[in-house]
Ligand binder design. Sequence first.
Ligand SMILES: *[C@@H]1O[C@H](CO)[C@@H](O)[C@H](O)[C@H]1NC(C)=O
Ligand SMILES: *[C@@H]1O[C@H](CO)[C@@H](O)[C@H](O)[C@H]1NC(C)=O
Ligand SMILES: *[C@@H]1O[C@H](CO)[C@@H](O)[C@H](O)[C@H]1NC(C)=O
Ligand SMILES: *[C@@H]1O[C@H](CO)[C@@H](O)[C@H](O)[C@H]1NC(C)=O
Ligand SMILES: *[C@@H]1O[C@H](CO)[C@@H](O)[C@H](O)[C@H]1NC(C)=O
Ligand SMILES: *[C@@H]1O[C@H](CO)[C@@H](O)[C@H](O)[C@H]1NC(C)=O
Ligand SMILES: *[C@@H]1O[C@H](CO)[C@@H](O)[C@H](O)[C@H]1NC(C)=O
Ligand SMILES: *[C@@H]1O[C@H](CO)[C@@H](O)[C@H](O)[C@H]1NC(C)=O
Ligand SMILES: *[C@@H]1O[C@H](CO)[C@@H](O)[C@H](O)[C@H]1NC(C)=O
Ligand SMILES: *[C@@H]1O[C@H](CO)[C@@H](O)[C@H](O)[C@H]1NC(C)=O
Ligand SMILES: *[C@@H]1O[C@H](CO)[C@@H](O)[C@H](O)[C@H]1NC(C)=O
Length: 448
Amino acid sequence: MSNFLLFLLLIFFSFSAKPSLCEPRATQAAMICSNRTASMSQRQNFISNFLATMDAVTPLIATQRYATVVNGTGNTTVYTFGECMKDLSRNDCNLCFAQCKTQILRCLPFQLARRGGRLFYDGCYLRYDDYDFFNETLSSNDTTVCGKTEFGSGNKTVFGDNAIELVRNLSAEAVKNDGFFVGSVSRSNVSVFGLAQCWEPLTAMNVSACEDCLLNAVSRIRSCIPMEEGRALNAGCYLRYSTQKFYNNSSDPVPVNGGGSNKLPIILGTTSAAAFLLIVGGVVFFVKTKILQKRREYVVRGKLTEKVDVYSFGVVVFEVICGKKNNSFTASSSSILQMVWDLYGRRRLHEAVDPVLQSNFREEEASRLLQIGLLCVQASAELRPSMSMVVKMLKENHEIPEPTQPPFLNPSSRETSITTTSATNNSKPESYSQSSGNSLTQSWIDPR
Ligand SMILES: *[C@@H]1O[C@H](CO)[C@@H](O)[C@H](O)[C@H]1NC(C)=O
Ligand SMILES: *[C@@H]1O[C@H](CO)[C@@H](O)[C@H](O)[C@H]1NC(C)=O
Ligand SMILES: *[C@@H]1O[C@H](CO)[C@@H](O)[C@H](O)[C@H]1NC(C)=O
Ligand SMILES: *[C@@H]1O[C@H](CO)[C@@H](O)[C@H](O)[C@H]1NC(C)=O
Ligand SMILES: *[C@@H]1O[C@H](CO)[C@@H](O)[C@H](O)[C@H]1NC(C)=O
Ligand SMILES: *[C@@H]1O[C@H](CO)[C@@H](O)[C@H](O)[C@H]1NC(C)=O
Ligand SMILES: *[C@@H]1O[C@H](CO)[C@@H](O)[C@H](O)[C@H]1NC(C)=O
Ligand SMILES: *[C@@H]1O[C@H](CO)[C@@H](O)[C@H](O)[C@H]1NC(C)=O
Ligand SMILES: *[C@@H]1O[C@H](CO)[C@@H](O)[C@H](O)[C@H]1NC(C)=O
Ligand SMILES: *[C@@H]1O[C@H](CO)[C@@H](O)[C@H](O)[C@H]1NC(C)=O
Ligand SMILES: *[C@@H]1O[C@H](CO)[C@@H](O)[C@H](O)[C@H]1NC(C)=O
C-alpha cells in the first residue's frame, strides 16, 4: 500500500510542481479575527454559507483578480471579498489566493465560528464578515505592521525622509491611477520601495474614498520608521514600504507554463474531489503518453503551493484507503475527515479501511498511512509536513508525529482527542515544521 501511495504522490506532484518565475508574495502580514462568534444554532448555516462564498470567490479571482460574494439569508449571511495586488501575475495571484483561503480557516474552527476575519498577505487579501463591508474605507480594527529590523545600512534621517516622501507620492499617484501604484525613492544613496493599492469596490465607488483611506495609511505607516519594513492594513486599502524591491514593475510577460497550469492551484485549493479526478486523469494521461520513464501587495515551486497540495494529498490518502469519496469541507458527521479523526481519537484507525479489503491488510500499516494523512490535513498549514517528509515517512519506518485537528470538525470529536491536540502543539518536531521565518503575524485574538 505504501508503494501505491508513493506512486500517487509522484503523479500528484509531477503535475503540480511547475516552476514559477516569480514570488506570489504569500507571506502573511496580518490576520485579524473578529471577536463576534456564531451562536450554536447559527454555526452550521454560517459555516456552509462561508464555504459557499469561498467556492464562488475562487473562479472570480482567477478571471478578474478580485471578487465580492454574498451568500445566505438573515443573520447567517456571509459577505466575502478577495483581491490580489495588481502587480502580481495571474498565476501568482491564484497561488497567493489558494494559500490565503486555507489560512483564513483559522478564524473559524467549528468550535468557535468567528463571524469575521481578515487575512492580509503581501500579494493578496481576503476578508469575510457578517455585514456588508465592501465599501468600508476605514475600520476600528485597521492595523499597522512594522518590520523588526531597524534600517542600518546608511543615514537613518535620509531613510526616513525618503520613506515618507515615497508613501506620500505613491498614495497620490494611486488615487489618480485606478487605485494602484508602485515606485521607489533613491536619494543620498538610500533607496526605499513601495506599493499602494485601494481595494476595487472602493476605487469603483469614488476617488475620495480611496484618497481618504491612503491618507490615513500614510499617517499611520510613519510610525514604522526607522524600521526597514512598514505596512498599513486598512479596510479599504494597503500601503507598504520596504528597503527591498518586492514588487513587479516589468511589462515583460512571463512565459506561459502551458494551458492547464494556471487553473491548477484553484482546483487543488477548492475540492479534494477535484484533486481526486486530477489524479485519475493524471494516471490515464501518463499511461497513454508513456512519459513516466522520461520524467526528470521536478522543480519545487515553493512552500506555498506545497502546503495546499499536501492538504489535498492527505484527503486523497483517505479516499484511497477508506474507499470513500470525501464530501469536501462540510461539517457533517459523514465527512471522511471527521470519521478518520474520530477513529484516531479512539485509537482505532484501522476500522476506517475500505471494507472491501475484508481485513486482508496489516492493521499497523494502515494506521500508519492514515496517520500520515491526518498530518497532511491539519488545520494549520505550518504544521503540515513537507512533501519530502511525507516521502520519508512512507518509505522508511520513520516515527510519525501526532497530528493536530483538521479544520471543520464537529465538537463531538474533540473530547476524545483534545489531549493529543494540546500535547503536540508544544512538541512539534523540528524536522517537519516549516513555518515561514519572516512572516509577521499580528492577530488581535489568537486564532488558534
Ligand atoms: C472589528 O471591531 C469591531 C468592534 O469595533 C468588532 O465587532 C469586530 O468583530 C472586529 N473584527 C473584525 C474582523 O471586523
Ligand atoms: C470586541 O473587540 C472590540 C475591539 O476590537 C471591543 O471594543 C469589544 O468590546 C469586543 N467585544 C467583546 C464581546 O469582547
Ligand atoms: C449560496 O451558495 C449555494 C451553494 O453553493 C448556492 O446554491 C446558492 O445559489 C448561493 N446563494 C446565492 C444567493 O448566491
Ligand atoms: C437569527 O435569525 C433567526 C431567524 O431568522 C432568529 O430566530 C434568531 O433569533 C436570530 N438570532 C440572532 C442572534 O439575531
Ligand atoms: C544624515 O543626513 C543628514 C541630511 O542629509 C545630515 O544632516 C546628517 O548629518 C547625516 N547624519 C549622519 C550620521 O551622517
Ligand atoms: C522598476 O523599478 C525600479 C526601481 O523602482 C526602477 O529602477 C526600474 O527602472 C523600473 N523598471 C521599469 C520597467 O519601470
Ligand atoms: C514626490 O512628489 C513631489 C511633489 O509632487 C515631487 O516634487 C517629487 O519629485 C516626487 N518624488 C518622486 C521620487 O517622485
Ligand atoms: C553608499 O552606501 C554604501 C554602503 O551602503 C557605501 O559603501 C557607499 O560609500 C555610499 N556612497 C555614498 C556616495 O555615500
Ligand atoms: C456601496 O457603494 C455602492 C456604489 O458603488 C452603493 O450602491 C452602495 O449603497 C454602497 N453601500 C454602502 C453600504 O454604503
Ligand atoms: C465618497 O466617499 C466618501 C468617504 O470616503 C464619502 O464621505 C462621500 O460621501 C462619497 N461621495 C460620494 C459621491 O459617494
Ligand atoms: C509583471 O507584471 C506584468 C504586468 O504588469 C505581467 O505581465 C508579468 O507577468 C509580471 N511579471 C512577473 C515576473 O510577475
